[in-house]
Design a protein around this ligand. Structure first.
Ligand code: EPZ
Length: 417
């Protein structure tokens, strides 16, 4: 099995190109089910999760071409098989995003329940309740959610009791083809949702309130072909910003946008990291020592839970103490014991962790159970004395394209072995 070997201590310097956002691309691909297309997605990343979503759509009966050289995905055709099987859904929870589009367009979907996940229980009750409010009838049998709406979905006012990115996306897609008006209240405002809404509008959907927590969708009879550029990956950008900061380097994140990274940028600045917006992207520079800072994860525009592990790695070598509180997922501190093995001083209780900065981390063999936890160990390895081996690299391949190539191009000593 592949591993990543890092020899730490090299300040990074140079440019890192930021790819299209994984968490925007997955729902955009599911949106392809809403029309015969073609739907052309530009700036598509080449990641394991994208390949999984492609396999899912292909088994539904769609044609999905991924031109990796051109960074383009072209989706066309219609679903014939309305079942999303367990084998694919258990590999990637975002598979449940096919449910809204399938029920809206074909009046039926049978989607495996995703089951538990390393970072939390992650139920999908909000997706189900919302579709029920729009007239779908659900049957839970054999581990599958079987939804039926033979006469089509109808508009409804859906008030989310809790902010959910996936439920907002699923219901937004479903609402585009429902009869009448759907109002999504307390909707998630992540940039990936704005991107999905923009793409749906290009396909002919009628949506108001993009970027706010109240989306109003006027259903249309059908959606058509469109070409849509995927937004840059703010989490990939934030991760490499932490890489520049933890090594005391200077890096230009090509294509990264300040609007997507507000809370992360504010926090980095508080820690003593310079962030400047340039025409080609964001420049991250750290010349002096790092100071500790407190963060709490929140739905957008708050500090992203997908940046929590990376920020914790950074705080391991900052001066003073930092309190990190995770409010989105109940089990998202699995990087803590691994960082501790590298010499970090972290204590956590419940949803909060106290990190007391140390002058140096030391390299060690480590492994993690999810994508962002794994990359936090890569960051720690970049700053550590000696050699770090990160095991279970397949987690990284789900969300970071050419990680070791991008980092070695800016001076890191990192390789896949
Ligand atoms: C998305 O997951 C992202 N995934 C996650 O990124 C990200 O961590 C998360 O949003 C939060 O920002 C994709 O976009 C593909 P949620 P999602 O529904 O949509 C609870 C990564 O590393 N909830 O916003 O599944 C849920 O348990 C990944 O790239 C319910 O209770 O997240 C969680 O506590 C990991 N019932 C909270 O809401 C529901 O029906 C937020 O989850 C749905 C969610």
């Amino acid at each position: 099995m592949d591993r990543i070997r890092i020899r730490g201590g090299k300040p990074l310097s140079g440019n890192i190109p930021i790819g299209g956002a994984k968490n925007a691309t997955l729902p955009l691909m599911a949106a392809g089910l809403l029309s015969d297309g073609p739907l052309t997605l530009e700036n598509a990343p080449d990641l394991a999760d994208i390949a999984t979503m492609r396999a899912l759509l292909v088994q539904h009966g769609m044609k999905v071409e991924h031109d990796k050289a051109q960074r383009r995905l072209v989706l066309s055709g219609a679903a014939e098989n309305l079942e999303a099987p367990y084998d694919l859904v258990r590999k990637m929870r975002a598979s449940v995003l096919v449910m809204g589009p399938l029920v809206a367009r074909f009046g039926e979907a049978r989607v495996s329940l995703p089951g538990g996940c390393a970072i939390g229980t992650r139920p999908v009750d909000l997706h189900i309740k919302g579709l029920e409010q729009m007239g779908a009838v659900f049957d839970l049998e054999g581990g599958y959610m079987h939804a039926k709406a033979p006469g089509g979905l109808r508009g409804a006012t859906i008030i989310f009791p809790q902010v959910s990115v996936g439920a907002t996306e699923n219901l937004l897609m479903a609402a585009t083809l429902a009869e009448g008006t759907t109002e999504l209240v307390n909707a998630a405002r992540e940039p990936e949702i704005g991107d999905l809404a923009m793409c749906l509008m290009r396909m002919g959907a009628r949506i108001e309130g993009i970027g706010t927590d109240r989306l109003v969708v006027e259903g249309v009879k059908r959606l058509g072909a469109a070409t849509h550029p995927i937004i840059p990956d703010r989490i990939e950008a934030g991760t490499y910003a932490c890489a520049a900061a933890i090594t005391g380097g200077t890096v230009l994140l090509e294509g990264a946008r300040m609007v997507d990274l507000g809370a992360v940028v504010r926090t980095l600045r508080e820690c003593g990291v310079d962030v400047a917006e340039e025409t080609e992207g964001l420049r991250i520079t750290r010349k002096n020592g790092l100071r500790g800072a407190d963060v709490m994860t929140e739905p957008f525009p708050g500090f992203a839970t997908d940046m929590q592990a990376q920020f914790m790695a950074l705080m391991c070598v900052a001066e003073g103490a930092s309190m990190i509180t995770e409010t989105i997922f109940e089990n998202r501190f699995m990087h803590v014991p691994e960082l501790t093995r590298m010499g970090a001083r972290i204590k956590y209780h419940g949803q909060s962790a106290i990190v007391r900065g140390v002058p140096k981390l030391s390299g060690a063999p480590v492994m993690a159970t999810d994508l962002r936890a794994s990359v936090s160990l890569v960051l720690a390895g970049l700053a550590a004395q000696g050699e770090t081996i990160v095991n279970r690299v397949y987690h990284l391949d789900r969300g970071y394209e050419s990680l070791e190539r991008k980092l070695s191009a800016v001076g890191a000593e990192i390789e896949r072995v």
